[in-house]
Design a protein around this ligand. Structure first.
Ligand code: UD1
Length: 366
């Protein structure tokens, strides 16, 4: 029995790391080993966006790298599809496991399904209802053709049931990103920028912005950065910038309390998030990590596919409303924020549950 584990972009690497570790554990003990091949599409390829994650998160070197690199959505997606199809023509797995919502997820899901391979989706059922986000399209299409759904919340189960998926296809297992966080939290380490700027616990902010809606229009992007800088009470704001953002950032003179740096490694970034006064972001995964770490989080979007981070977590949606930004940052500066609780099954055992289900399904030839 062999499964393909697909990964392509930074958040995928964080999600597959504990699944691969759990498969290794399973194979050491079980009479029914589950062989796997890690297929890296090459969507992210830099040292800082890819290799550092494999090294730090102890992910074995990918068995296959499709090396697609960057391009428009259609170009990137179609290149991955062509190359993955060719791979499947030489060897077919019994199951294809895709994670998250990036172009690599969508591309490989379509190819595997058309090749008659069973398809499992980790982090299924998330819906922002914002069809301007490419990730929402990727989620909906992937879920519309998947056979097995691993979810992070009961809310996601509900979304899938409403879309006609059957109850016995859906497994509420929890969050593999939190498996990774718990496994590696003792190794979180201070980045150089922390020493260089004499940062202290609760005395700085972390900022990440990379969504087209926030960073592609330079004037809006500049205004947003200025508003954030002005309302952070002169505290330092650490901004590890994603490559797609760096190009525009170079054209903007940011206020001096915003410290722009290169994308950080996982262990350094999570150290910063854990100890920050607050996080300001437009990423989905970071809202989950902030919720788990009980770090206040402001999301610069109008919607979220992760409502539990708002309902019981530390996250609040700000959208592009300056008055809200000002009000929430003022609350945070005064130390007023809601207390976060950890969502159900975000307990570090999600990958164990996933591997158990995969084992049963493969054994029964489902
Ligand atoms: C992708 C995901 C997004 C996720 C993000 C995390 C999709 C649709 N989006 O967006 O959901 O939050 O990853 O990082 O899949 N680049 C480099 N080096 C790299 C990778 C990218 O320089 O290693 C640059 C390229 O110029 C590229 C741009 O970043 O054009 C965007 O990369 P791409 O993979 O297309 O999408 P992301 O914006 O990273």
């Amino acid at each position: 029995m062999i499964i393909d584990i697909i990964c392509g972009a930074r958040p995928n690497f964080i999600k597959i790391s504990p699944i691969v570790r759990e498969l290794e554990n399973h194979n050491q003990k079980s009479k029914f080993p589950i062989n796997y091949r890690i297929v890296h599409t090459g969507q992210h390829y830099d040292q800082s966006m890819s290799k550092s994650f494999f090294d730090e998160l102890e992910i074995p070197k990918p068995h296959i790298n499709l090396n697609v690199k960057s391009g428009s959505h259609a170009k990137q997606t179609s290149e991955i599809m062509k190359k993955y199809e060719k791979l499947l023509n030489s060897k077919q797995p019994n199951l294809c496991l895709v994670v998250g919502d990036v172009n690599s997820t969508l591309a490989c899901a379509i190819v595997a399904k058309k090749a008659g391979i069973k398809l499992a989706h980790v982090e299924a059922g998330l819906r922002s209802r914002d069809m301007e986000m490419p990730e929402e399209i990727n989620r909906i299409v992937t879920d519309s053709i998947s056979d097995i759904f691993f979810t992070t919340s009961k809310h996601a189960n509900k979304n899938l049931l409403l879309e006609g998926r059957r109850k016995n296809q859906i497994y509420f297992v929890g969050n593999t990103m939190i498996d990774t966080l718990l496994y590696f939290q003792k190794k979180f380490n201070k980045p150089k920028i922390y020493f260089e700027n004499n940062l202290k616990k609760n005395n700085y902010y972390v900022l990440t912005l990379h969504r087209p809606s926030n960073v592609d229009n330079i004037i809006n992007f500049k205004n947003l950065l200025n508003q954030i800088a002005i309302n952070c009470n002169n505290k330092k704001i650490i901004y590890p910038a994603h490559p797609r953002t760096s190009k525009n950032l170079k054209k903007i003179n940011t206020l001096k309390n915003i410290l722009v740096c290169k994308p950080m490694s996982y262990l350094e970034f999570l150290f910063l998030v854990k100890n920050a006064r607050a996080v300001i972001t437009d990423s989905g995964g970071i809202t989950e990590e902030s919720t788990f770490l009980d770090t206040p989080c402001l999301t610069m979007r109008d919607s979220t596919e992760r409502p539990e981070t708002i309902k019981i977590g530390s996250n609040i949606l700000v959208g592009n409303d300056n008055s809200k930004l000002k009000k929430y940052l003022s609350n945070i500066n005064q130390g007023k924020w809601k207390k976060s609780s950890v969502p159900e099954k975000w307990d570090g055992k999600t990958s164990k549950r996933i591997v158990k289900v995969i084992h049963q399904l493969l054994k029964n030839n489902v």
